[in-house]
Design a protein. Structure first.
Lengths: 592, 178
């Protein structure tokens, strides 16, 4: 039996590792850091493998195929559509994994699914993205690699059977590792994981994510062919008056980011509602549009960094740049909107570079003494559009800084990124990622708030003072207790302290001042038997859910193991809300 | 909704013979008609006896109200039994019980049931009512006495709760609703 022997190997490996950790009595934090190293290493390898896979795709679609049909010039129109033919079976069999944009899917997994990502996601996503990008689809490889990294993190977490907060941290580790490895930008990877994927900053998750990011970067630097990653020329600020121009660039970048977001989601809706063919054939239509654009402007095809570098070096005229900017928005919207697989980080960088190039030209004409070259603007524009679109200015600033390696860029980047983010936020309330979640009815910030409640359990909040009475207590004594007690409820228990029911003061207040029922009625007769209760290890989120469908101010906490319902304590709605507010405040303070 | 609505005329036994607490319950259930109110009379009796074992329901003043929540009852119901000689009910005042009202209800009608018990006790504790019931010549007269209890059993809260739940009961196979 092959599968069982494989399971056996996995289990014995896990047991040995866990035994090792136990023997040295590692703390939670140490354990996470060791696992983060593993995630970082695998994330780095994953990114190298993915990179090679894309190269393989490019080789196949742009060298082997043209060679076979005799290198006609018009062939480029058909290549992206031809690639999309290979996507069809993937989308047909795995519609969710192949199509959904990686970063929102990861955010959703972190916020709503406790960080659990299916292993299938990893392979499907890798293949679909390699086909789309290899065949010239206009998108980025960063989104997929973030998701691939995140699913590696999740898989490692599932292997070690971690859950809750630690699982989310490991997913963040994977995402950071992927981005850091592919961009060669470890700090940006960390910040992106915290800002976008986890949506929070705290020290507990910071250290493992940093470690994972460092390891992944080292792995990719050691093995990846030099030059595959984006390397930008160093940058100098010529005059401090330029800051004003960079501010204008920032505002323009915010507008472009909104245009791009709207175009992308518009294209998604267009294909969703009006496409004449089935979902799995749609990428072919998108591919045709991209191919036609690529026939005139091959720069917009694929995910190579060359056009960005040329824009920064000032090799394009302003009219070419303008055409590239607009066409890149359209091509990316069609590639991704039609169901192609890829990320939006690279297109954002492309748009930023072309936008910066255009504005750089304009500023140079206006004030040649202050803004002598357009290159710096292209560079800062990249960060600004990126920061605005994904609503992560910190990560964008650090990315620009890391890619150029020059500290001088930090001032213009800061002003442009922050302004661009603010403009984007002013014009639309969601980032390019959260917008696609909102389209599917998921409010990520609400989900994250709910996340506070999923990290705490009933046992953190419950009160051990329970007003409990024996089921056989006569009516008069029940009434006396109700009148004396502070709460509105009395819990009735049997001889072994198991919860039987709950008496609400509301129910009996009509006969409180009369003793007609004395001798006739006992606590058990007054009690409601259908008690909604919670268990100590239940999350507060699930308790809040129960509060919302029953009309009670408190819920009994019951240890419901081995068939008994031992009454342990109570949890009140007020207390739950108090803890919730306290935790939220803590998070807000950490974030600011 | 008044007390009388829960007492069917087939559920009145005016000449109870048993003189002992548990035996009289058996006799009462035995003598009432088998109809749609109770699913299984044997099980209902078991439950009543079980409850009686916990503590007596003889509340003194010559009356006893054996009662139990039982899902054998399709709706809240009363059974009236009268014993001229009295039944030894281990009552609180050690006197025999002459009027025995069996009360049953499904658990879902808990609030209504407690209300019925409350109003029943209040009604019987009025000496005049008690005497009239003891002197009633036949079932119709006894029912007429009970019908004097005009208090509405449904408080405002219960009205909201019970409105949908207690439908007029349809006697199976007859098309008559009560």
């Amino acid at each position: 039996m092959k599968p069982s022997s494989k399971d056996g190997i996995v289990r014995s490996l896990r047991n040995q590792l866990l035994g090792f950790f136990r023997r040295y009595q590692l703390s939670d934090q140490t354990f996470l850091i060791i696992v983060a190293v593993i995630v970082g290493f695998l994330g780095g390898l994953g990114s190298i493998f993915f990179e090679k896979l894309i190269e393989l795709g490019q080789h196949f679609f742009f060298e082997i195929v043209p060679y076979l049909v005799g290198n006609p010039k018009w062939l480029i129109i058909l290549i992206p559509a031809f690639g999309a033919v290979f996507l069809a079976p993937l989308i047909y069999f795995f519609p969710v994994e192949a199509k959904s944009d990686g970063v929102p899917a990861t955010m959703e997994a972190v916020a709503l699914k406790g960080g659990i990502i299916k292993v299938r996601t990893f392979s499907t996503r890798m293949l679909a993205s390699a086909i789309t990008l290899g065949s010239g689809g206009s998108a980025g490889k960063e989104g997929p690699i973030i998701q691939i990294g995140a699913s590696i993190g999740s898989a490692v977490g599932q292997f070690f059977k971690v859950s809750g907060e630690r699982m989310r941290v490991l997913v963040g580790c994977g995402a950071a590792a992927g981005l850091a490895a592919i961009f060669n930008a470890p700090i940006a990877g960390v910040l992106f994981a915290l800002e976008v994927v986890l949506g929070e900053f705290n020290l507990h998750s910071f250290s493992p994510i940093v470690i994972s990011s460092v390891v992944a970067t080292a792995v990719s630097r050691a093995w990846l062919v030099e030059g595959a990653a984006l390397k930008l020329p160093p940058y100098t600020l010529f005059s401090y008056w330029e800051i004003g121009f960079y501010a204008i660039l920032g505002i323009a970048a915010g507008v472009i980011s909104v245009c791009f977001t709207k175009a992308l989601h518009g294209a998604e809706k267009l294909f969703h509602r009006h496409a004449p063919v089935k979902t799995h054939w749609q990428p072919i239509l998108g591919g045709l549009v991209v191919g036609m654009i690529g026939f005139f402007f091959p720069q917009i095809l694929g995910c190579g960094y060359a056009p960005i570098l040329e824009a920064i070096q000032g090799n394009f005229m302003w009219n070419t740049l303008l055409a590239l900017l607009i066409l890149k928005i359209i091509a990316t919207a069609f590639t991704l909107g039609s169901g192609g697989s890829g990320g939006i980080l690279y297109p954002c960088l492309f748009m930023g570079a072309t936008l910066g190039g255009i504005l750089g030209f304009a500023f140079n004409l206006l004030a040649p003494g202050i803004a002598p070259s357009a290159g710096g603007y292209a560079l800062v524009g990249m960060g600004a559009v990126l920061g605005a679109a994904v609503q992560a200015p910190m990560a964008a600033i650090m990315m620009g800084f890391e890619l150029t390696g020059s500290y001088a860029v930090i001032l213009p980047l800061m002003i442009a990124c922050v302004l661009a983010s603010l403009v984007h936020r002013r014009l639309m309330s969601h980032s390019i990622y959260t917008q696609s979640l909102v389209d599917r009815g998921i409010d990520i910030s609400a989900a994250r708030e709910m996340g506070v409640l999923t990290t705490l359990t009933v046992s953190d909040v419950m009160s051990l003072e329970v007003p409990k009475i024996s089921s056989s207590l006569p009516y008069n004594e029940v009434v006396q207790l109700c009148l004396k007690g502070q709460g509105n409820y009395l819990y009735t228990t049997d001889e072994e302290d198991n919860l039987e029911g709950v008496i609400s003061f509301q129910d009996i207040k009509e006969f409180v001042y009369d003793d007609q029922l004395n001798g006739l009625v006992f606590a058990r007769d007054l009690a409601n038997r259908d008690v909604v209760y919670v268990t100590p290890d239940e999350t507060l989120a699930s308790s809040l859910n129960k509060f919302s469908y029953i009309d009670m101010e408190e819920l009994p906490v019951v240890g419901s193991d081995d068939g008994f319902r031992r009454l342990l304590g109570i949890i009140t709605r007020t207390e739950l809300m108090k803890i919730y507010r306290k935790e939220m405040l803590k998070r807000v303070m950490i974030e600011s | 909704m008044q007390l009388a609505q829960f007492l069917d005329r087939k559920h009145v036994v005016l000449d109870l013979q048993s003189q002992e607490r548990l035996a009289c319950l058996e006799e009462i259930l035995d003598r009432i008609a088998t109809d749609g109110y109770l699913r299984n009379k044997v099980k209902a009796l078991e439950e009543l006896l079980e409850r009686e074992q916990l503590a007596t329901t003889g509340i003194g003043g010559g009356m006893a109200i054996p009662h139990v929540f039982s899902d054998e009852a399709r709706r809240p119901l009363l059974i009236m039994a009268r014993s001229q000689d009295g039944v030894a009910f281990d009552s609180l005042d050690d006197k025999p019980a002459h009027l025995i009202f069996v009360a049953m209800a499904p658990r879902k009608d808990k609030d209504l049931f407690i209300n019925i018990l409350y109003h029943l006790v209040r009604f019987l504790k009025v000496q005049e009512n008690f005497d009239e019931l003891m002197e009633a010549k036949d079932v119709a007269e006894a029912l007429a006495v009970i019908a004097k209890a005009k208090d509405n059993l449904l408080s405002e809260k219960l009205k909201r709760l019970v409105k949908d739940e207690v439908q007029p009961y349809r006697v199976p196979g007859t098309g008559i609703s009560r």
